[in-house]
Design a binder for this molecule. Structure first.
Ligand SMILES: [Zn+2]
Length: 487
């Protein structure tokens, strides 16, 4: 049913013998469609007769579109019809879409060919020679190639097949590039995360245990525990079989290194008993230097704790020598700092005299006689917890040996060639050489307490800024008592 102008129409489409009949009845102004029709018609050409009829009616103005009268341009109607048709005739819409796309594709391609033809003309013109027939190894002709329509069709198919291959190859390449990028920025796998977490937990636990007992960065541990820990380490490939591991051990001085190679995956790992950045031999050699132990005493101490593998003499002394200078320099520098601090302290207390005690200690650390002398300030300046050493110097004799032929060989070059008795005197002179310029610079005098050595007194009397010399009687009496006991 439909209303066109003021007329009410009934339209119907019938089929007979595979031919469609388009029928219409005009009920005039009767909206009930019950009275007698005023006109009717039928045709096989999509309501052509109706169109002609309406054009002649005075109360129907303008041309009327049949699809619009049938309601085909209403969305709901179109959807209803489309779903019914697709239900009855499966792929009809799909096919039409495919055909539409194919046509569009060919149209676009033809357009692009036209464009390319013009470009080719232009390029050949620009390249100059109009006689030039070969371009990019192909014949070029302004009139183009003479191809049959079937050849042209084959060419288009060939072109698209090659283009498709290129497209696929590009797609694969892009995917590979993306995967590579992903791998680069890949967040760690759950397994890696787990390993990281375990390592963090381990570090945390190690720190906690270390702090609990104030262990410091190294401990001397049992050789058996050390080696068993290394040998039971699982390789990253999962191998934990000792027979499937190749071990190589090497040692030098107090350091031990074990290299383990996994026979399965060839991965090598190396283990050391020393913490990184630490050389046990150097550390021990320095420690003995500070504690005034000679090599024999050091060896005995190490053997007591069952450390049998000890550094050889040459290495031991080489390390001591390398550290010796550093230790002395640090001591000299600290003594200088303490001297200025002590001078400040004395001045604050309204004094222009610095009272110090001169003390000397003997050692036989590096197979030679050493004497280290100190000036000790007799009060405690601000920032110090003890009476500071304000002057310091070490003299040592050279260690000289005779070889088989009786030639003298200097094993260790000292800084004192005179007799041992004169060493104390030499130390005192050296300390005065460091301290006196500073005293003069700060307008200070020196009161000095020495033991009853006459030589020292003589030396000190010659120094301008020395105010008073006291003999340490306690020291003297102690020495006398010692001598009496010996006798
Ligand atoms: Zn392995």
């Amino acid at each position: 049913m439909s209303k066109i102008g003021l007329h009410f129409f009934q339209l119907s489409i019938n089929e007979s013998n595979n031919v469609l009949q388009f029928e219409w009845i005009d009920y005039g102004s009767d909206s009930t469609f019950a009275g007698n029709p005023i006109a009717s018609g039928s045709d096989g050409k999509f309501f052509q007769s109706l169109r002609h009829y309406t054009e002649k009616q005075k109360n129907i103005k303008g041309k009327r579109s049949i699809p619009s009268i049938l309601g085909l341009n209403t969305y709901e109607n179109a959807m209803y019809l489309r779903s019914n048709i697709s239900h009855l005739h499966g792929g009809v819409f799909l096919l039409s879409k495919e055909a539409y796309n194919a046509i569009t594709k060919i149209n676009k391609f033809t357009k692009s060919l036209n464009k390319r033809a013009l470009e080719l003309d232009k390029e050949c013109e620009e390249e100059g020679s109009p006689n030039k027939k070969v371009k990019s190894d192909l014949i070029f002709s302004t009139s183009g190639y003479k191809l049959t329509p079937r050849q042209s069709q084959a060419l288009v198919f060939k072109f698209y097949s090659i283009q498709n291959k290129l497209y696929q190859a590009n797609k694969r390449l892009k995917r590979a590039q993306n995967n590579l990028e992903k791998l680069k920025t890949l967040s760690p796998s759950p397994k890696q995360n787990e390993i990281k977490k375990q390592k963090e937990l381990l570090d945390e636990k190690i720190n906690q245990l270390k702090n609990e007992e104030n262990l410091g960065s190294s401990i001397i541990c049992s050789t058996k525990s050390f080696l068993s820990l290394i040998l039971t380490q699982q390789c990253s490939c999962g191998n934990n079989d000792i027979l499937q591991k190749k071990c190589k051990i090497s040692s030098g001085g107090l350091s031990v290194k074990v290299v383990i190679q996994c026979k399965k995956c060839k991965e090598t790992s190396s283990f050391q008993n020393e913490p990184s950045n630490m050389n046990y031999t150097k550390v021990f050699a320095t420690a003995t230097l500070c504690s005034r132990l000679n090599r024999q005493e050091f060896q005995n101490a190490m053997l007591t704790i069952r450390i049998m593998k000890l550094p050889c003499k040459a290495i031991y002394h080489r390390y001591q020598k390398s550290m010796d200078k550093n230790i002395k320099n640090v001591a000299l520098e600290n003594a200088k700092k303490a001297l200025y601090a002590s001078i400040d302290d004395a001045k604050k207390k309204g004094k222009n005299v610095l009272t110090v005690e001169f003390d000397i200690s003997w050692s036989h650390v590096r197979n030679t006689l050493q004497a280290s002398g100190e000036f000790i300030y007799h009060e405690i300046p601000e920032g110090y917890t003890h009476k500071p050493i304000v002057g310091y110097f070490v003299v040592e004799k050279s260690h000289i040996k005779k070889d088989k032929n009786g030639n003298k060989i200097t094993i260790h070059q000292g800084n004192h060639e005179a007799s041992s008795k004169q060493m104390e005197h030499a130390v005192l002179i050296e300390i005065l050489e460091i301290v006196v310029p500073i005293l003069e610079e700060t307008d200070m005098l020196l009161d000095i307490v020495v033991d009853g050595d006459l030589d020292s007194n003589k030396t000190l009397r010659g120094v301008k800024c020395v105010n008073k010399i006291f003999s340490d009687l306690k020291h003297l009496t102690r020495n006398i008592r010692k001598k009496l006991n010996c006798n």
